[in-house]
Design a protein around this ligand. Structure first.
Ligand code: UGA
Length: 470
């Protein structure tokens, strides 16, 4: 099928590359000329596993990039809208870009098209899209608006798209539903997974993908409610972790015990410094605003957001209690991205921690495998410098903080670290290590929802002497 995808952000670009991968002719549209030029030149503008391969495989053939929205719409039978819907100051989703795009699409609906809303939008938005398309001149008979929310996670976006838990098609029109079913057929029949050169299927991915059809408004709600529920799980376990800490329980054991119940499951039960990213914070606020608008209220979400905010303050308190005073302390910070596997620092709790620590007049040497360049652009502060590795960051630091769950931070060489650090102190905001391991290796280890381990006086004294001698 000929598909246009409007917007080449995380969702748009991944969807475009994956649609090309499953055999469609795709044209991806963006109004940012520089971005389009980079993509045409074969540059992969985001850090995402398998995306460079797909861009290389399909770029210039069945995946093209343009700034010409009218032409792209005219040439396509399915038009996906994947533009950003950032939060307004009041928390509602800002739909102004979506409206502008609808205006441009409307003028170019010259034969039947399915207009698919992939952007995350409040319930009722698809109806607005339909009304706006008509208002700007599209004939009612020549299009159908369909909701097809995206559930991909940054870092695993390509495999999430190609091997999804579910595909949601929200449509109130049979013709568009049929077209959407055909579009996704390579995934729902499992044919793509069997094809030569297919991106490998992750261990737990369901095959074939199930496609669920719903009413448009239900599809919109499914997306918002899913993200809100996952964020609630994270805040729930963070609140439990805080009780564990005071009560002397170990939240890792609690998670294992809770997660073994299939009704609860062990996913999204990892405590830490809170959730971040471009989706959860924004979508929670948007759903909260929707509930306010409809007069039902959703106070639970306020608590979820509050717990998330508090988690950062609690972590700062931990760092302080591990070091006594913060002013002038040199800290190695491992991780800046909002989670491992991405270079995205939007709403990153790690970045929020860095800001709080700079305010406390700490000297920070940060290392992140992918997000340093973006962080550099955000800060203009001599107290924040960057290192090329975790060990370089640790050199001469009073303590090391782990703020992002990159896999490489879970396999650090302890002996080397101890040689580099001034004191063997790790404050871990992502619970990357077992207490036994840290105790055995002689670290003062402070994590979330678990008892601290304390380096023996002997270890610390030896270290102190070594540092002084050096
Ligand atoms: C999230 C959803 O998981 C996707 O299904 C959805 O498509 C996407 O938002 C979106 O709306 O576009 P993403 O933002 O990439 O995906 O990140 P997640 O993997 O969901 O993590 C969100 C945050 O929660 C991260 O900061 C992560 O570190 C944190 N988290 C996650 C925890 O603190 N503990 C956990 O157990 C899980």
């Amino acid at each position: 099928m000929n598909i246009a995808i409007v917007g080449s952000g995380y969702v748009g670009l991944v969807a475009a590359a994956c649609m090309a991968e499953i055999g469609h002719q795709v044209i991806c549209v963006d109004n940012d000329e520089q971005k389009v030029r980079a993509l045409r030149d074969g540059e992969c503008i985001i850090h995402e596993e398998f995306l460079p391969e797909l861009l290389k495989r399909h770029g210039g053939t069945n995946l093209r990039f343009t700034t010409d929205l009218p032409a792209a719409v005219r040439d396509s039978s399915v038009v996906f809208i994947a533009v950003g819907t950032p939060p307004c100051e009041t928390g509602e989703a800002d739909l102004s870009v979506l409206e502008t795009v609808c205006h441009d699409i409307a003028a170019n609906v010259d034969r039947y098209k399915v207009v698919v809303v992939k952007s995350t939008v409040p319930v009722g938005t698809n109806d607005w899209v339909r009304r706006i398309l008509i208002r700007y001149g599209a004939s009612q008979k020549q299009f159908c608006v369909t909701s097809n929310p995206e559930f991909l996670r940054e870092g695993t976006a390509v495999t999430d798209f190609l091997y999804p838990d579910r595909i949601i098609i929200g449509s109130d029109c049979g013709r568009s539903r049929m077209i959407m079913e055909q579009l996704y057929e390579p995934l729902t029949t499992g044919a793509y997974a069997q094809s030569e050169g297919a991106i490998p299927i992750p261990d737990e991915a369901p095959l074939p993908a199930q496609l669920i059809t719903t009413h448009t408004r239900s599809a919109e709600m499914i997306k918002h409610a899913s993200n809100a529920f996952l964020a609630m799980k994270v805040s729930f376990i963070n609140a439990v972790a805080n009780i564990c800490e005071v009560a002397g329980a170990d939240v890792s054991e609690v998670c294992d015990g809770m997660g073994a119940d299939h009704r609860i499951g062990n996913k999204f039960l990892k405590p830490g410094i809170g959730y971040g990213g471009s989706c959860f914070p924004k979508d929670l606020m948007a759903l909260h605003a929707v509930a306010r608008e409809y007069g039902t209220g959703f106070h639970l979400l306020e608590e979820v957001m509050r717990i998330n905010e508090d988690q950062r303050k609690f972590f700062l308190r931990k760092v302080r209690s591990a070091l006594w005073t913060l002013k002038g302390k040199r800290l190695a910070v491992l991780g800046l991205a909002f989670k491992g596997g991405t270079d995205d620092i939007r709403e990153s709790p790690a970045i929020a921690m860095v800001r709080l620590l700079l305010k406390e007049k700490c000297q920070i040497v940060a290392y992140d495998p992918a997000a340093m360049e973006r962080t550099r652009q955000e800060f203009d502060d001599d107290s924040l410098t960057f290192a090329e590795s975790a060990y370089e960051a640790a050199r001469g630091a009073d303590a090391m903080l782990i703020l992002t769950d990159w896999e490489e931070f879970s396999i650090l060489d302890f002996d080397r670290l101890k040689r580099e650090l001034r004191h063997p102190i790790i404050v871990d905001g992502r619970n990357m290590y077992s207490l036994e391991e840290m105790e055995r290796n002689g670290f003062t280890y402070v994590s979330v929802g678990r008892p601290d381990t304390v380096a023996t006086a002997n270890d610390a004294a030896i270290k102190e002497r070594k540092t002084e001698a050096a």
